[in-house]
Design a protein around this ligand. Structure first.
Ligand code: ACO
Length: 325
């Protein structure tokens, strides 16, 4: 019998501190940085984001999302046999956020590692977990996207600091004799390093280079629309389906204009696109599982629906996962 993988539970967690655009604009004004709710909404669709408290890490957010996903799947932590955390803002340089999170779940022994593909991290992690389940290396995987992007924002740069937020989303992916994940398509092109990067880092309290996010927004925008379309089409072709078969498009939540362009290229009505960027901002690797959990818990996504998850981010990296929920 063919072995497939299937999502059996979803969960998410947002840190309690929520800032509307008006709240953020007031904080930035105190630093002499000018922005407005009107500008942010018109250019991005973002209305609010959550920021974690200074002592809260990605694994702290991720473990809360994981607990909700485990509960939804009806599993105990000890039943998990693989943990993958997609993050670009891990707690430490090492050990991985996944190892730290495993310990916080009170379990030990199963493989646990991080995937670093920035905003494509969750589709990368889900594809790896799917492959490990299909080859028999795992049966019950916990796949998480967790970020504290507020830590790497330059709050003197209004072109980037208004775009991002913190949060975590998780899924349980289990072996199944029915699909599940139908197809994936992953890519990277390292020549675009300069248009979106955090060129330096912090290690042991020492800052090396510039540890804050730099982005050429227009270059990212143009590239994102093209690669999201090609990844979606390649994934549909692998599964022998068309865009008309998709019940819900769940793209990386970076900018509502990118999401509108992606839906238009696929000739999908925008009311089939799950949108949470308005409430979460761009939470990088956490954005897709956060949006998925929101759509499941609000009753939009139902068992048996066909979902297209799509990510794009620094690297450049991009990819898509087509699945039957
Ligand atoms: N508030 C007010 N004004 C601003 C702000 C702000 N926060 N930021 C920029 N401006 C000003 C600029 O200074 C500029 O002013 P000028 O015309 O006087 O020079 C004007 O607004 C227009 O700036 P642009 O950069 O041309 O604005 P644009 O329409 O390109 O929107 C944006 C900028 C929102 C960043 C857009 O390019 C974008 O969304 N790009 C994609 C970014 C993205 O999605 N990144 C994430 C994807 S990958 C990942 O998630 C890691």
């Amino acid at each position: 019998m063919t072995r497939y993988s299937r999502i059996t539970g979803t969960g998410s967690y947002l840190p309690p501190r929520r800032l509307t655009n008006v709240d953020l604009a007031a904080e930035l004004a105190a630093r002499g940085v000018e922005t407005s709710d009107e500008w942010i909404v018109e250019r991005t669709g973002i209305r609010a984001r959550h920021f974690a408290a200074p002592d809260v890490t990605s694994s702290d957010l991720g473990v809360e999302a994981a607990k909700h996903a485990l509960e939804a799947a009806g599993l105990q932590p000890a039943e998990i046999d693989l943990i993958i955390v997609a993050t670009s803002t891990p707690d430490m340089v090492f050990p991985s956020a996944a190892c730290i999170l495993q310990n916080k779940l009170g379990i030990a022994g199963c493989p646990a590692f991080d995937v670093q593909a920035v905003c494509s991290g969750f589709v990368y992690a889900l594809t790896i977990a799917d492959s490990m389940i299909k080859t028999g290396l795992a049966s019950k995987a916990l796949v998480i996207g967790a970020e504290v992007f507020s830590r790497i924002l330059d709050f003197s740069d209004r072109t980037t600091c208004v775009l991002f937020g913190d949060g975590a989303g998780a899924v349980i992916l289990e072996a199944s004799d029915t699909p599940g994940i139908l197809a994936s398509d992953l890519h990277a092109d390292g020549k675009h390093v300069d248009i979106l990067c955090v060129p330096g880092h912090v290690s042991g309290g020492h800052v090396l280079g510039n540890p804050l996010l730099k982005m050429d927004g227009q270059a990212v925008f143009k590239l994102a629309v093209g690669v999201l379309d090609s990844a979606a089409r390649a994934t549909l072709a692998k599964a022998n389906l068309t865009a008309a078969d998709i019940d819900w498009l769940i793209p990386h939540q970076a900018n509502i204009r990118i999401m509108r362009s992606t839906a238009k290229k696929l000739k999908m009505p925008f009311d089939k696109v799950i949108v949470t960027v308005d409430q979460h901002g761009n939470t990088s690797a956490a954005s897709i599982p956060l949006a998925l959990d929101d759509a499941v818990r609000s009753g939009k996504v139902k068992k048996g629906d066909v979902l297209m998850l799509e990510g794009v981010g620094g690297g450049f990296t991009w990819g898509a996962v087509l699945l039957k929920y």
